[in-house]
Design a binder for this molecule. Structure first.
Ligand code: NAD
Ligand code: UDP
Length: 327
């Protein structure tokens, strides 16, 4: 492997697997803005062509509908592969357990094979879920985690842990320039209305005047990052040779109940809060230690929670709520 962790390179042509998903579509957009050509690979399992429709008129953007668990072919040179294809919402991976394991394993093999073939930098979208229900708080990258492999979330957590091991082995034995980012809960425009994660659920419920469904007593915590901040971190990782893993997230921690109350306030909703059963193995706390990302990438999350929430609600009102309203 040549270069140091701080090496930076120009990205002329990038592949984003899962590029029609929530995070992937923002990555495609940011890469185009930076001047790169972008090839988006997606099978629309949990993403949608609508997420990248506004990019289609740009001649530097190409959408290839394909399943990365099948053979992946991309013509021409590639400098960077961002591997983001995978169900990510618990609701999605609980209904798609086998596909989640398959894309974490076989999809990652293929994406790494593509990077090897092209001599490209490879960045794996891993997750805070590799820490499971953590016994160390906040979570540094050196923590090995507390995951139940046979619990319902095991398909996602173990799929990502396998993908991390695979990327590391490719770096060690195949000379592929791999990097791993562990992404913490991210939110923003283009989360699906039926995505099932807490923030889109709460916004949809609040705007519809329905009760907000808080799991358990809502005292479990999450640290949520606005998508624009996350995209900056991923792209910063893409131009280094750093192997990671590096945590990317906003270290400000809030209870789920607090998040629900803030959504009610941000939407000026009259909805009240109801408590529903807590899902199995739901992590009690989650907060990234982002010291390494700050030191190695000079990156930290900058968008205040209320600003990010405001942008997301505004987008939802114009794109989701308006589309659902009767004509
Ligand atoms: P998402 O569901 O919106 O996007 C995933 C995309 O991958 C979708 O467009 C889907 O159609 C595509 N996909 C799934 N299987 C595929 C396959 N076999 N072939 C091609 N495309 C496939 O989810 P997201 O929130 O945008 O997450 C993107 C990535 O970031 C995932 O790998 C996820 O694990 C990771 N991540 C996200 C978060 C978060 O908070 N959003 C947190 C941690 C990690
Ligand atoms: N949650 C909730 N109500 C919902 C959806 C989720 O209270 O309608 C809780 C969930 O149990 C968890 C937290 O919100 O404690 C974050 O869940 P999410 O699905 O957003 O992501 P996770 O961090 O579990 O991957």
């Amino acid at each position: 492997m040549s270069g140091s962790p701080t090496t930076t390179r120009d990205v002329h042509r990038a592949v984003v697997t899962g590029g029609a998903g929530f995070v992937g579509s923002h990555l495609c957009e940011a890469l185009l803005r930076s001047g790169a050509e972008v090839i988006c690979l997606d099978n629309f399992l949990t993403g949608s062509p609508a997420n990248v429709a506004h990019l289609q008129q740009d001649p530097r953007f190409r959408m290839i509908r394909c399943d990365v668990t099948d053979f992946v072919h991309v013509p021409g040179p590639v400098d960077l592969v961002l591997h983001f294809a995978s169900p990510a919402s618990p609701a999605d991976y609980l209904r798609l357990p086998l596909h989640t394991l398959k894309v974490g394993a076989i999809g990652t093999w293929h994406a790494l094979g593509l990077a090897k073939d092209k001599g490209a930098r490879f960045v794996l979208a891993s997750t805070s879920e590799v820490y499971g229900d953590p016994q160390v708080h906040p979570q540094p990258e050196s923590y090995w985690g507390h995951v139940n492999p046979v619990g319902p979330r095991g398909v996602y957590d173990e799929g990502k842990r396998y993908a991390e091991a695979l990327a590391t082995a490719y770096r060690g034995t195949e000379d592929v320039n791999t990097g791993i980012v562990r992404i913490f809960n991210t939110f923003g425009p283009r989360l699906r209305a039926d995505d099932g994660r807490a923030i889109p659920n709460f916004i949809r419920q609040a705007l519809a005047g329905e009760p907000l469904t808080v799991a358990g007593d809502g005292m479990q915590t999450r640290s949520v990052c606005y998508v624009d901040d996350l995209v900056e971190g991923v792209l910063a990782m893409g131009v280094t040779d750093h192997p990671g893993p590096l945590n990317l997230g906003n270290p400000e921690e809030r209870s789920v109940l607090r998040i629900a109350r803030d959504v009610v306030e941000a939407t000026a909703s009259t909805s009240h809060i109801v408590h529903i059963e807590r899902p199995a193995d739901d992590p009690q706390v989650r907060r990234p230690d982002t010291t390494l990302a700050q030191r190695e990438l000079g990156w930290h999350a900058r968008t205040p929670w209320r600003d990010g929430l405001g942008h997301t609600v505004q987008w939802w009102r114009t794109h989701v709520a308006a589309a659902a309203a009767p004509a």
